[in-house]
Write a protein that binds this ligand. Sequence first.
Ligand SMILES: [Zn+2]
Length: 188
Amino acid sequence: MHLLLLSNFGDIFVITESKSSFDIYFMEQALVEADLAEKNGDVPVGALIVKNGKTLARAHNMREVLGDVTAHAEIIAIRKAAQAIGSWLLEDCELYVTLEPCIMCFGAIIQARIAQVYFGAFDPKTGACGSLKELAGLSNSSINHHTKFQGGILKERCSNKLKHFFQKKRNSAKLKNNIVTGGKENEQ
Ligand SMILES: [Zn+2]
C-alpha cells in the first residue's frame, strides 16, 4: 500500500513517497477542477500543469461557458502556464488531465513540448493518445520528440465522473421531453 506523504512548503510539494503517490495527488487536484466545469454545465474535465512539484496552472473545460470550442481544460492550462513562466515552451512540465486529450489538445501539448502527460479516463471516441485506432502511433511518430503519455491514473474516478454527468443530462432531457409531450411519446 502506498501512503500519500506530501509536505506543503508554500506552493511546493516535496515528494517523500513513491512517484505514483505524486501522480495521484495531482490527478485528484485535476478532479477538483473537473467539478468546477460541471458546476457551469460543462463536461467535467480538469487539468493541471506542474513543474518541479509546483502547480503552475490549473484549469477546467469551459467550452459551454465561453462558447468556445477550443476552451478545453488542457488548452486553458497551457495558456496559463505559459503566462506564469513567460514562455510558450513548457518542456520541463507535466500535464495532468482527467480525460485522454483529443487531437486538438494533443497538437498543443506537442507544440508546447510538455515532457509528460498523465491522463485519467481513456476516451474511445476522440482520444488521440492511444484510444483512436486511426491515431494510434501518433504519440510515437516523428512529430513527437518530447512528450511521454501515460493513461489510467485514477481511471475509475475520472470516468465515473463523466458517466454520471452524461447520465444526469440524459435524465433531464427525458424529463423535459415528457413535460413537452405530456409523456405521450412513452405511450406508443
Ligand atoms: Zn481537447
